[in-house]
Write a protein that binds this ligand. Sequence first.
Ligand code: TRP
Ligand code: ZN
Length: 510
Amino acid sequence: MTRLGRARAMGLAVLAVALLGGGAAACTTSGSDASPPTTGDRSTTTSSARPSTTTTEAPTTTTFPGQAPADVAPADPKVADVADPVFDGLGDPRIDVSHYAVEVTADPSKPGISGTVAITLQPRTAKALKSFTLDLKGPEVSEATIGKQAAKVSVDGDQITVTPAKALRPGKEVTLELRYAGTPEPGEFPALGVPVGWQADSLGGWFTMSEPSGTSTWVPVNDHPSDKATWTITLDTPKAVTGIANGRLTSSKVVGDRRQWVWTTDHPMASYLVLAAMGDYDLVQREGPGDVQVVFAFPKGVPEASRKGFDELDAILAFYSDTFGAYPDDDAGAIVVATSLGLALETQTRPLFGLDAVGDGKTWALAHEVAHQWFGDAVSPERWSDLWLNEGFATYADWLYRAHLGEDIDVLASADAGREPSGLAVTDPQAAATFDGSVYEGGARALHALRRTIGDDAFFEVLRTWFAEHDGGNATTAEFEALAEQVSGKDLKAFFTAWLDAPKQPQMPG
Ligand code: TRP
Ligand code: ZN
């Protein structure tokens, strides 16, 4: 779905991210115990929670699997990738996908998968579209049709090119059906040192963790956040295995010795937020605040007492709903996958945590990942260079929540708290250092400085309007700056240049 399409239709999280270079890590901890850990405790906790795979040296790679030049006009019908200054080579700006209906068959005991996907899309080009690309890493397509007519598919690295029998008419919706099979190839994500994509947990199950580009390891996809779509995800598993994805479980039918788990999301979702998991899980379902349906997926071995920390979800949802506007989805919850991750991911409706995030009455990063449901998931970045709109906002939301629990937000926002600044401007993330302290704490400090500059009333009105205006769509840093100026009635150009675009941030205004 494009921004225009959505406007027409609607009228209108890390934890602790274990980081690179120098390896300082931040943790957004929100314990449910009365005395949250101090900043010092927190960073200790985090470093010990880092995944063993995390490298402490800055990777030398500066590009993420990409092949296209970044400086091309997105609407040029000859251009095959979204022009994105951070990760190029992802997504095709010439198409607009509105829905994916994917069915994946897999077995915990076998590495291969097979699947079908029906992709509802239309050209975004002014002229007829002869071919377009999708991202796909590992599996191979065996059959492609558009409305019963065969389409040609050729493979080019991590992308496939689809050539319909007849060129697609601008604005006309078609459904591309693909059959595919093979072995997903999760890639190591240089900025975090973790594999992204379809991968094994430590108890013989599978799960996906995909930001920014892992979804294409198990389904052909227009893998850029600027093309959000709704999803129906069917996981066909052995009967005794549980399949989990985003949104609502709309059916789970036994067919012979298999079970088909159908999960549906009606709220547009960026492809990096798609979740699929299968294994030996308990699904814990209950009513949440409002009409929200809550589903937690816990690996069977995780004891009751260790699940308790997730009870804090309701308090977090209530606090953010009051602060930013009503929770954007109909479904909520979380998934804990059976492996230690050292980080967490804001998969839409059902953020993903590792075993290291559970413990007696404690959760780790829950407030951060839940905040992403507003900032990142409901309001998604137009380009990866706008990432601070996710991470700076989720970090700041977590500070607000901790302040609500009694911590001093000025201490949380002080320049020597959290991770070392990396020397990159907030709005200039680099591919190898994307999930960097400058984007997380740097972005959050910029928000705190904005609050100190325009006052609490204007600041919270900016946040609420930001969410209300872009819920379900995408947004840019320039739009945020314009909104802050409009709501506050102040000229903030120099402010934003100093706080977002310069490598070293100024002193926090008093
Ligand atoms: N968005 C995550 C967070 O801040 C961090 C993250 C980025 C991540 N890419 C990832 C986590 C891949 C797991 C896997 O909450
Ligand atoms: Zn985050």
